[in-house]
Design a protein around this ligand. Sequence first.
Ligand SMILES: [Zn+2]
Length: 285
Amino acid sequence: MNFAYLVNKDHFLPSCFEPAKLYTLPNNKKIDARIIAYYIYLKEEALKNGFNITIDSAYRSYLYQEKLFKESIKEKGVEETLKMVAIPGASEHQTGLAIDLGYYDKLGYHEDVSDNPLLVDWLKDNSYKYGFILRYLQNKEHITLYKYEPWHFRFVGIPLAYVLKHNNLTLEEYYLNPKKYQNIISNFDYPNIVTYAQICALLLLLKKKVSLKELANFINIYKQKNPNTIVVSSSLNYIKGLQKKDNYLYINDIDKDELIYFINDELFDFVYNDEELSRKLNITL
Ligand SMILES: [Zn+2]
């Protein structure tokens, strides 16, 4: 999976580009479905450090960006607009891999993390561990051609995020000589990240109704067979329409496509490649 492609003022996405699978989070923001677990992992670790982050803006279609751009030209003129708003096709938000982070605190909602310098620092120091890079760095404006944006993070995967962070590189600088880092990236030992809700969604898809005990058992088996796995967050809020009754979980009107988008490919591979497990789950192959 390549998450690292370059989108900037010199590298445009075509107007027809859309992420293959978008997932709508509980707050109605859409992100590339493949990065759900990483975002939840980042959010959970931030919370452990006292920061309640949320996504203020994520996927934006080409058409939406075009609308923003045209409105801004009418309001502020061409020159100001070019400084502030990406030309349609040049916005990373069209990839579904970029997120603008806000947060909640006791004063309420803040649409931009820069209201909280401690949070800005925490994200700057830690986001790479979850595969996200601070995309528009301070003192690199001449390279990225964007002003410093402490709220804008881009998913590139954990190995590349590690390399960029430890070498203080922007994505543009990395692409000047990507071979230099190829070895580190290919041999990088990074964990497999899944969420509790994704595992629950998989079992719901296969069995329609799942008990909390079955869910716990499955997670144990999964962890035993994949020691490199981190199962994050026990929150089931990410599954739309989930009902709970007498220790059983189910969904009344199951939207299979929606569930399939939510579950990551590694989980599907795990179940379908293990005959014994498939038998136990009564899956017909
Ligand atoms: Zn942004």
